[in-house]
Design a protein around this ligand. Structure first.
Ligand SMILES: [Zn+2]
Length: 250
């Protein structure tokens, strides 16, 4: 049983290492996804702003037409002012001219404001376009690096899975079943040391008779409290660090 437990410890180290590498891969993939969605959002913003600019420009054209029309009417009225006969009519035309001048002034002011809005919108569009170019470059570099990292991680996974298969084949069916069952229920550790009469998984005291059985290492012992498989801590002193070795191999 001691040999079986040693194999389980090795298997657990491999499994933990695989968990780490797989979560590292997930993080890389998530980061790439985040990059892309950030870029997409910026491109959407840019397109929206370009549409806004088009709208402002067509408003500008309409306002210019309005202004031309007002100015034309104004010059007609001014011509007419010189031709009117009665004083009453003169006053009426003069009043119309005043109103037209005011309207022209107001439209000119609006056009000036629109010019400012157009300029700042154009500036913002240029800035966004520059930023998008930079971001695209950054993402391309990041993706190339990530691709290499992911390939390296896949190699590490392959090496670990080969060892995992090897270790599993050497453990008895009953023990491997127990191990898988516990690991599924308690993510992380399925086999833990028993030391000083305690389970190191949950720190509960073990019955003294069971602790003796664990030291003997002739039977499969599980913690009555957390159900994890137990081994005598001293048995693991010479265990090799599988994770470090797997890294060197990869
Ligand atoms: Zn326990």
């Amino acid at each position: 049983m001691k040999e079986q437990l040693a194999l389980l410890r090795e298997l657990q180290n491999i499994d933990l290492e695989l968990d780490d590498i797989k979560s590292e891969k997930e993080q890389i993939v998530a980061r790439l996804k985040e990059n892309t969605s950030f870029l997409d959002k910026l491109v959407d913003d840019l397109n929206e702003q370009k549409e806004e600019l088009e709208e402002i420009r067509s408003l500008q054209i309409r306002k210019k037409d309005d202004l031309d029309e007002v100015k034309e009417t104004l010059s007609k009225k001014q011509k007419r002012l010189r031709e009117v006969g009665s004083n009453k009519e003169y006053k009426a035309v003069e009043k119309e001219i005043e109103a037209l001048k005011k309207s022209a002034e107001q439209t000119e002011e609006e056009l000036l404001h629109l010019m400012e809005v157009i300029e700042s919108t154009e500036k913002s569009i240029r800035e966004k376009e520059d930023k998008i170019v930079q971001l695209r470059e950054g993402i391309a570099t990041d993706e190339a690096e990530a691709e290499q990292d992911l390939a390296d991680l896949d190699d590490q996974i392959q090496a670990l899975e080969d060892r995992q298969e090897e270790a599993r084949s050497e453990v008895s069916r009953r023990v491997i079943h127990k191990y898988d069952f516990i690991r599924k229920r308690r993510t992380g550790l399925a086999i833990v040391p028993a030391k000083d009469g305690h389970c190191e998984g949950c720190y509960m005291a073990l019955p003294p008779q069971q602790f003796i059985e664990i030291q003997r290492g002739e039977s499969l012992e599980v913690c009555p409290s957390c159900n994890r498989i137990l081994f005598f801590w001293e048995d693991a002193i010479d265990d090799e660090d599988v994770s470090v070795e797997a890294m060197e191999e990869a």
